[in-house]
Design a binder for this molecule. Structure first.
Ligand code: BG6
Length: 326
């Protein structure tokens, strides 16, 4: 396995040709190519890769909070929940979706938290072999990245003062990529967290795409006043701005022209955000290019964002996704 490790990025290439590239800024995976050298992730042509702004594309990692607290829609939603004005959401569990309440420990943090905008440390690599068909061994490589409270800038530390440790591992296999996060609470107090692996999948033509594995799942529709709905379709099409938080029971797949391109399996990450900005939202994002890029991407984001995971002193939370190519 060929590894290169610079000040800003780590790259690995397997002998069979697959490769992955990770920025230390945010531990953001910015490229994943198959054996034929074909890119599997969408990355905006205007994505900032210099550490000045979260990366638009690849796999940004969201921690410890998903949603911007001061969005009016969320405030209204929280208000409705607290007043029980409208029968919102969550017949499936007792957790309340969404933004932290105004006095929550994460409420001064920006949308999607600080993991994607912090500088991570490369902790090292490990390789492993697995038996493959025909007696050949398949190699895979795991790259580990670390971020702890001591590594945060003072500004962020002021906004979220807990002692914690994160280990993020990116494993490149023959036809798969696994990203896995372990969060450890090193503080005297307990804290609450959300996690999201915000994968931008590169696809050829959004009109040919459908997402399977969502049928019967509950979801909250962020483009329809956070209404709680139940998915009826076995193959969800993206035909306009889409921003939904699903809680599917199993594997979710991205199909193109009826053939599976990617499958996403999750371990301890109950939720899946499905996002495509479509025409207007893409126009509104300065770092989104080309503007018709929404035709070539879909975000299927594995996470734990509906409600909160509480981590007691000394405890750890672990969640992972494995993306498989067909
Ligand atoms: C998704 C959210 O996870 O990320 C969307 O559900 C959001 O609401 C999108 O617009 C992109 O977020 P950001 O912070 O990277 O612009």
């Amino acid at each position: 396995v060929n590894i290169s490790h610079g000040n800003q990025r780590v790259a690995a290439t397997l002998p069979t040709g697959e490769s992955v590239e990770i920025l230390l800024y945010g531990a953001t995976v910015v490229s994943w190519k198959d054996a034929a050298g074909e890119e599997k992730l969408w990355l905006s042509e205007k994505a900032a890769l210099d550490g000045s702004k979260a990366v638009r594309g690849g796999i940004p990692l969201v921690f410890p909070v998903c949603y911007a607290p001061y969005n009016l829609l969320y405030l209204f939603h929280s208000y409705s929940v607290s007043r029980q004005v409208t029968p919102v959401a969550n017949s499936c569990d007792k957790q309340v979706f969404g933004p932290p309440p105004p006095n929550h420990a994460t409420s001064s943090l920006p949308q999607h938290g600080f993991a994607r905008t912090s500088n991570w440390e490369f902790l090292g690599k490990s390789t492993s072999e697995s038996e493959a068909e025909g007696g050949n061994a398949d190699l895979s490589v795991k790259l580990d990245f670390g971020l702890s409270s001591a590594g945060l800038d003072a500004e962020t530390r002021k906004k979220w003062g807990y002692d914690f440790n994160l280990i993020y591992s990116v494993t490149l296999g023959k036809k798969s990529l696994t990203t896995s996060l372990v969060v450890t609470n090193d503080d005297e107090r307990s804290f609450e967290l959300q996690v999201l692996m915000h994968t931008y999948f590169r696809i050829k033509d959004i009109t040919q795409v459908s997402i399977t594995g969502l049928q019967d799942a509950e979801y909250l529709d962020k483009v329809d006043n956070l209404k709680a709905k139940k998915e009826t379709s076995s193959a969800v099409k993206i035909e306009g701005e889409t921003d939904r938080v699903y809680t599917p029971s199993g594997t979710v797949a991205i199909q193109e022209g009826g053939k599976t391109s990617f499958t996403v399996t999750r371990d301890n990450l109950a939720d899946v955000v499905l996002w495509n900005p479509w025409v207007e939202k893409a126009q509104g994002m300065g770092d989104y290019a080309p503007k018709d890029g929404y035709k070539n991407m879909v975000c299927v984001e594995a996470g734990s964002v509906r409600g909160w995971q509480t981590l007691e002193k000394g405890d750890a939370f672990e969640g992972s996704q494995t993306i498989t190519l067909e």
